[in-house]
Design a protein around this ligand. Structure first.
Ligand SMILES: NC(=O)c1ccc[n+]([C@@H]2O[C@H](COP(=O)([O-])OP(=O)(O)OC[C@H]3O[C@@H](n4cnc5c(N)ncnc54)[C@H](OP(=O)(O)O)[C@@H]3O)[C@@H](O)[C@H]2O)c1
Length: 344
């Protein structure tokens, strides 16, 4: 049991009195301090708001300049300065076909490299007739890794100014890595999405460096800009494309060679399974017309104005929401497959 005597109470009064006194003094000092420095806080607030507003305005100006004005203002690079020939991989369909056509429209001769000979022959004929340029074709399978000596020897005598590393493959539908139903898919995807980019770059880059001119356009994906669950290997291979491109861009800055990383969202194509164009899913031609205006202006680009808007808000969404979106897409794809199997 504790008993409190009169002297104890006096002592307690003295201690609490001193404590309260001291606390009061401190509170007054703090208030005075705050009062004096509130101007400083206001100033910091104003600077932060100003900096934010400046950053947002700059972002908008950059967005409009890159996507709407760069062509008209002549900011985009003149692709013909690199040399007389452009090489496009995976060029008989989708984005690659649009690059080949748009580059031919700018007066470049085109080396068309893709898998199916008949499609290549047909396309070469069309490009020559429509754009009055020369073409060469190389039929090859980028899923293999032993094809590059032959490609190199076929390109040896050409003055190559542009390389578009476009060929690529993705999942049939979003899927868990262990459940992808294709035993060879790891080798095929790495060969097509990564090895092709590095090997083709090794073939053309030395001469570009020598003549101090050239453009290498590497088609990555928005899926390579951030981790993408249920498309894990695709995301990883496209992150390779992006980092490889950005590293080389820095390595060769000032050399006259421009290396661009293009990270599109959905574009109408066989690979994307989107058939009808819309604002956010452009046709390959619309996409490439936009993307070519960004060359020499942006080292890393989505290529297309609506994709840049998508990129702004998707970068704010946590990965867990991305996963639930792709889980839904997987569910729909599996349902569709099951229905198709039933009707066969
Ligand atoms: N479409 C999109 O929404 C989207 C979005 C982001 C990134 N990308 C990227 O853009 C690139 C092009 O995609 P896309 O949608 O335009 O593809 P696509 O429409 O499916 O066209 C593929 C082209 O590549 C050729 N090809 C396919 N496999 C090949 C192989 N093993 N060897 C040689 N050529 C082969 C095809 O020729 P054959 O017909 O003869 O097979 C065709 O010319 C890819 O790297 C892709 O990852 C696309």
């Amino acid at each position: 049991m504790i008993s409190i005597s009169g002297s104890h109470v006096l002592l307690l009064d003295w201690v609490t009195g001193r404590y309260v006194n001291r606390s009061l003094k401190r509170a007054i000092m703090f208030k005075e301090y705050l009062g004096n420095s509130s101007d400083v806080f206001s100033l910091i607030g104003a600077i932060a708001t100003g900096a934010f507003a400046f950053k947002v305005t700059l972002g908008f100006v950059r967005f409009f300049t890159v996507h709407f004005l760069s062509g008209a203002l002549g900011l985009s690079a003149n692709l013909r300065k690199g040399g007389a020939w452009a090489v496009v991989t995976g060029c008989t369909d989708g984005i690659g076909k649009a690059y080949a056509e748009q580059l031919a429209a700018r007066g470049l001769n085109i080396v068309l490299i893709s898998r199916t000979l008949s499609k290549l022959e047909e396309m070469a004929k069309q490009v020559e007739e429509k754009f009055k340029v020369s073409t060469q074709i190389i039929a090859t399978d980028f899923a293999r890794s032993d094809i590059y000596d032959e490609i190199e020897s076929k390109l040896a005598t050409l003055d190559i100014g542009v390389l578009v590393n476009n060929v690529g493959t993705s999942y049939d539908h979003p899927e868990f890595f262990a459940e992808v139903d294709s035993p060879d898919f790891v080798r095929r995807m790495i060969n097509m999405n990564c090895i092709s980019v590095a090997k083709m770059t090794r073939i053309v880059l030395p001469k570009m460096v020598q003549k101090k001119a050239g453009f290498i356009i590497n088609i990555g994906s928005s899926a390579g800009a951030r981790p993408t669950p249920l498309l894990g290997l695709y995301s990883g291979t496209k992150a390779f494309v992006d980092y490889f491109s950005q590293s080389l861009q820095s390595e060769y800055s000032g050399s006259g060679v421009v290396i661009q990383s293009v990270r599109p969202y959905f574009v109408v194509s066989k690979l994307s399974k989107f058939r009808k164009p819309s604002v956010f899913v452009p046709s390959p031609t619309t996409f490439v017309k936009n993307a070519l205006n960004t060359i020499g202006v942006q080292a890393v680009t989505t290529g297309y104005w609506a994709h840049s808007i998508q990129d702004m808000y998707i970068s704010l969404i946590p990965i867990v929401f991305g996963k639930s979106f792709l889980m839904q897409a997987r569910k729909r794809a599996l349902k569709k497959k099951a229905a198709n199997n039933k009707s066969e």
